[in-house]
Design a protein around this ligand. Structure first.
Ligand SMILES: *Cc1c(COP(=O)(O)O)cnc(C)c1O
Length: 380
């Protein structure tokens, strides 16, 4: 099966991991800080907190912003469930914002209308850069000033993407940006995630929440301390630490990131060119002021034909997929009875299909996918 995404592991990556395995510290050593600095430097943020998954990074981001019971968080409607689960972990309520049909990203006009009419305004908005295409951050930022909410970018698809000439993760328009290093993402640490910010206090709180809520820094301790051994638990935190083994892999992987994003764009260009004449297919929306990381390549077909195209691709050994089922369709969310179908989200979801695109594929794989799609579509 040609996968929709998969990692590339080089001998350098293996050597980097083995080096750590032979070193005194395989966790809580120097590699984590080095990886944090490397990612912060790459995307132009001041601070970074590495954790053991993108989900954990979303969770500490919510905790650091003080999201809790009684708060409401608004989230992109089509994403992986972790994008909104993180707010539920904190005891907050979640609501969803409808999307733009072309990119599947949060529709800022619909967000504005929802803010205008909302009885309860959100404490934070979690915006997903779906498939690696940055959402309209400037508009979102303007709305956040007007309506007083915080912004978390779920950039799990968008490491290496850029918005108006600046890397996603610069946090120019947001409080915190979150990345995942799961093997299907742009670079991998096995499992892993990171939250970047320009705010020292948010960074301190994220580090705290990722390490049991414990500090060893006398500056932040309460009362008199008994001696050098004292640590204090200041918050109810979690063990979300990234091991040095994984961080070393991340440092090594990061060196390839720009090249891999270039290949992803080259492959996307190939699909745009080869699929543009297939009338049964709609191609993904593009935005001139943004560099898409092409984590996914999402086409659209007629709703009543999608199952056939999906099944036919799978039969042909092509790992087609659907990213994603709207979060509010999930039984866990549906059961609450709180969510009504969103118009554009439903229209979008009924048509989407992800076809394979990642640097681990060869040109001949892409040729095959394009040929098969053409053949399959000629029958519908
Ligand atoms: C992968 C992903 C996550 C979760 O990341 P993990 O590292 O798997 O926990 C969250 N949001 C989005 C949009 C993702 O694609």
């Amino acid at each position: 099966m040609i996968p929709y995404g998969k990692q590339i592991i080089s001998q350098d990556d293996i050597d980097a991991v083995v080096n750590i395995l032979r070193s005194p510290l395989i966790t809580q050593g120097p590699a984590v800080k080095a990886f944090e600095d490397a990612v912060a430097g790459y995307c132009g943020a001041k601070y970074a907190a590495a954790v053991n998954s993108g989900t954990a990074a979303l969770h500490i981001a919510c905790l650091a912003l003080g999201i809790g019971a009684g708060d409401t968080v608004w989230v992109s409607s089509v994403s992986f469930v972790a994008s909104s689960n993180c707010a539920l972990y904190c005891g907050a309520d979640v609501d969803f914002v409808d999307l733009e049909y072309g990119t599947g990203n949060m529709d800022m006009d619909r967000l504005e209308a929802k803010l205008e009419s909302a009885r309860i305004r959100p404490k934070a908005v979690i915006v997903v850069h779906l498939a690696g295409m940055p959402a309209d951050l400037e508009k979102l930022h303007e709305l956040s000033k007007k309506y007083g909410f915080k912004i978390i970018e779920d950039a799990c698809h968008a490491l290496g993407a850029a918005y108006r000439g600046e890397k996603i993760g610069s946090c120019r328009y947001s409080d915190i940006t979150v990345f995942s290093f799961h093997p299907v993402k742009a670079i991998t640490t096995g499992e892993g995630g990171m939250a970047v910010t320009n705010d020292a206090e948010l960074h301190r709180r994220m580090k705290l929440f990722g390490t049991h809520g414990i500090t060893r820094d006398a500056e932040f301790m309460e009362g008199e301390t008994d001696g050098g051994w004292v640590y204090q638990q200041l918050e109810l935190g979690y063990n979300y630490r990234m091991p040095d083994i994984n961080a070393a892999l991340g440092i090594s992987q990061l060196k390839n990131l720009d090249e891999w994003i270039r290949i992803r764009n080259e492959y996307a260009d190939f699909y745009f060119d080869r699929l543009k004449d297939i009338e049964q297919i709609e191609l993904p929306g593009i935005c001139d002021d943004r560099l898409c990381a092409y984590h996914l390549f999402v086409i659209k077909v007629k709703p009543d034909r999608r199952r056939y195209v999906y099944d036919s691709l799978r039969e042909a050994g092509i790992g087609a997929n659907v990213h994603y089922i709207p979060i509010y369709h999930q039984p866990y969310y549906r059961r609450t009875g709180r969510y009504k179908p969103l118009e554009m989200t439903e229209k979008y979801y009924s048509r989407i299909l992800t076809i394979p695109l990642c640097p681990a594929l060869k040109q001949k794989d892409l040729d095959y996918v394009a040929e098969e799609l053409k053949r399959i579509c000629s029958k519908i």
